[in-house]
Design a protein around this ligand. Sequence first.
Ligand code: PLP
Length: 336
Amino acid sequence: MKTIKTYQVTQSQGILLNANECGENLPLTVREEIAQAALDLAYNRYPDDECKELLNAYAKVMNLSTEQLIAGNGSDELLGLLISVLAANKSVLTLDPDFSMYDYYASVHQAELLKFQHDLHRPFDLDAFIQMGKKADLILFSNPNNPSGIALSAADLCQLVEAAAPIPVIIDEAYAEFNDESMIDKLAVYENLILTRTLSKAYGLAGLRVGFAISNPAMIQRLKAAKVPYNVNSFSQRAASIVLKHDEIFAPRTAQIIHEREKMLAACQSLKHFTVYPSKANFIYFRSKRKAVFMSLLDDIKIRDYSDDGFRITIGSPDQNERIISLLKQADKEIL
Ligand SMILES: Cc1ncc(COP(=O)(O)O)c(C=O)c1O
């Protein structure tokens, strides 16, 4: 049997800047409303398989129609579903680096994963990526990219989606709320475009596991026909619908994270021994030969460490970010 590439789940104590979650819990008033709603749930019944309330709530926030949406147990589930429907036993083109779960789902569904090397020190070679895409059955990548934080422009993405047609292109927009562009308004233009979104990041609902795939109604029908029944539980459907009703909470939170990210990026420009990449997400990616020195200073702060000289830090509270900057500066100054 083929070995499946596993994903490293890290749940830990301390200051968690490792999983690109939202640092703040929901306001107490919203949690109280969810708690009240939880009293009335029919726990003895299966959930609504069509997630009607949830899809209505998300469609309203995003100005979409419910026929363009399918909900999943996190966007992760939908990425797996998309690979199974569109590329099982076929080939998927992605980027290197990119989100490691693509490796996992490709290996589960026996899809060959082709990786286009994105040299982060050069402008993205769109033409070469388009050429490589012609050899694949599916194109899938995150934008903004996890882990680099780099975002391709909507103009480049349009060129890619158009050139790839009829090959489907999935753009994983898990961090789109922190970017200044999205491909949402291009869904009507490109039949082969599929987006995934999540409530785990900007909406701070990682604990509920709710995500969406967004595409044309025919593609959504194909996905609905292939999904497992009752994939989003009743509590998550109800709670996420309530949270989406309070959508106005999130714009200032997201603006604050973007502000902190820009402050941190500016403060990191003076580092001599750390390469910092321009992020459009809620994290910053670094590479450094001094990674081990920096890691040794972290104490109770958890960050995402990669096997090479790369590491990724989620934007936290202003105090946490200040602490990170001063530790980076300390590691930068250390005489080795
Ligand atoms: C690029 C990317 N896509 C998808 C996900 C998964 O999100 P979800 O919590 O919706 O499964 C993540 C989570 O870190 C991510 O970084």
